[in-house]
Design a protein around this ligand. Structure first.
Ligand code: SIN
Length: 290
């Protein structure tokens, strides 16, 4: 029997959200090293639910880094300059006078253009606006499960082409907006490179298959003409972003969220013009998608 399916919790309390996608976890103090049993249960809950929120965990940056390293080694974060003195922490910041879309404000899986994209992203809320600023998550595994068998067979051999070009390339949206954003975004010709991954990937822990594509970073399908790949991808995005596959995360200050980039997409919502929003973010290194 799979340990993910069978394990009971002894050290933490896990409140799953609708469809088991996302869960709230209490009973662990993330500011201290977790003992082996608690860390094991956090890993089990993460494998089961993909997006875990830990309320009331106002971690310092050092504590956020230490918690991240308990999950795994830091990932490589290109295209946003890290915080001074914290080379593995990015500050996701939007000031009250900013009017452009939020950073991360379109569906994506973090840094999927890398050869080994991050397994996890960890986000800790520092300043949360009184309205808006939620983060949407898409359950790309359940979306895959819901496809008909003919579509699954059609997608099985396909490889998706990923690139950071639309976000961080010299002709990208961020390139045009750099002087209007408070975040230290880095635009580079490096972003125009491409990397190919299976369009359907298998999760290394759960063995579940998930659609591994996103409108921000997937720029085509290997060997397929753009005018054939574009409608296929558009149809898949429409399928994936149906309400039944979405969890809307509402933030409180001092909350820690960890999500699994291997089986989810996410999308940062706006709706808080006139208010500040500040988050601190780390990533955990992942593996080559298969
Ligand atoms: C991100 O895509 O990392 C940002 C998510 C958020 O700010 O809610």
């Amino acid at each position: 029997m799979s340990p993910v399916a069978e394990a009971a919790y002894r050290t933490i309390t896990v409140k799953p959200r609708a469809h088991g996608f996302g869960a709230e976890v209490t009973g662990a103090d993330l500011s201290r090293p977790l003992d082996a049993a608690t860390l094991g249960e956090v890993r089990t809950a993460w494998a089961r639910h993909a997006v875990l929120s830990f309320p009331n965990q106002p971690l310092s940056l050092d504590e956020l880094e230490a918690f991240t390293l308990q999950i795994g080694p830091f990932g490589d974060d290109p295209y946003v300059a890290p915080m001074p003195g914290h080379p593995n922490v990015l500050e996701v910041r939007r000031e009250p006078d900013e009017t452009l879309s939020p950073f991360g404000g379109a569906w994506h899986s973090d840094w999927s253009f890398q050869a080994a994209p991050p397994a996890a992203t960890i986000l800790r809320s520092e300043v949360i606006p009184p309205v808006g600023g939620d983060t949407l998550f898409c359950d790309a595994a359940r979306a895959y499960d819901a496809l008909d068998e003919a579509t699954k067979a059609q997608l099985a051999p396909m490889k998706a082409v990923h690139s950071a070009s639309r976000a961080y390339g010299p002709k990208s949206q961020y390139a045009r907006e750099l002087d209007q954003r408070s975040m230290p975004i880095i635009v580079s010709p490096e972003a125009d490179k491409t990397c190919v991954h299976p369009l359907v990937r298998t999760h290394p822990v759960t063995g579940r298959k998930a659609l591994f594509i996103s409108p921000v970073y997937t720029v085509g399908i290997e060997g397929m003409a753009p005018n054939a790949a574009a409608p296929l991808l558009a149809g898949l995005y429409q399928h994936m972003t149906q309400d039944q596959f979405i969890y809307r995360h509402v933030w409180r200050e001092g909350m820690v969220l960890i999500w699994d980039n291997r089986c989810t997409m996410h999308n940062a919502m706006g709706g808080y013009d006139g208010h500040r929003r500040v988050m601190h973010r780390t990533t955990v290194a992942g593996e080559t998608p298969v």
